[in-house]
Design a protein around this ligand. Sequence first.
Ligand SMILES: [Fe+2]
Length: 252
Amino acid sequence: MSKRKFIKNTLLSSAFLLSACTVKASAKLFAFKKNEENLSSPKLNNKLNNKTGATMPFELPKLPYEKNALAPHISENTMNFHYGKHHQAYVTNLNNLVAGTDLAEKSLEEVIKISHADKTKAGIFNNSAQVWNHTFYWNSMKPNGGGKPSGEVLQKIEADFGSYENFVTEFKNAGATQFGSGWAWLVLEDGKLKITKTGNAETPLTTNATPLMTMDVWEHAYYLDYQNARPTYMDTFLNHLVNWDFVSENLK
Ligand SMILES: [Fe+2]
């Protein structure tokens, strides 16, 4: 299925999407980062970039599941703070920072790239990238996810990491060695799977790599459920939460 057809089918077939008027943060939302010519429809472009066209151009995307759907691994309490407070705050801050500027008319991904290249816009970069990173994170998880993937994703992992076990070790190492706040990522770069980590709001969107999935290792992602036990949170993420379907779609 072509990317354009996938987007069209996804949007048309989901009453949830049509009623929400916000982004269904599907795989293609993120996979389109290097193919923005495919986003020729302003209406579709706005959906994919959380834009409403109103005076507050960016919206908090709806979650792809209920706030209690990841429990007991990630509690509703964590979701209320992480999604309802932190993610919402990034959206609110971004809208305040771009209000009345040309950036208010840009897509979220354009704002991220423009502000990343202009160090006087660090606040705009931090908030816009965190809006995008968090939407990507929610979609990197699903209820009853995790464990060893199958099919083409597993084949690709085994080809590029040697084994699924090697992937697990390397991914957890990236999360464990990200000092302070940040993210661990599975990305595709030069046709190969790679694991990267970024600090604070940094995102692979500003690099040549295509993000496939991410794990938030800011303390606010796990502290209410796991206190300071980041390794336990990372084990849980890999064993029970990873949305391999999302990875598979991003690989296409
Ligand atoms: Fe976070």
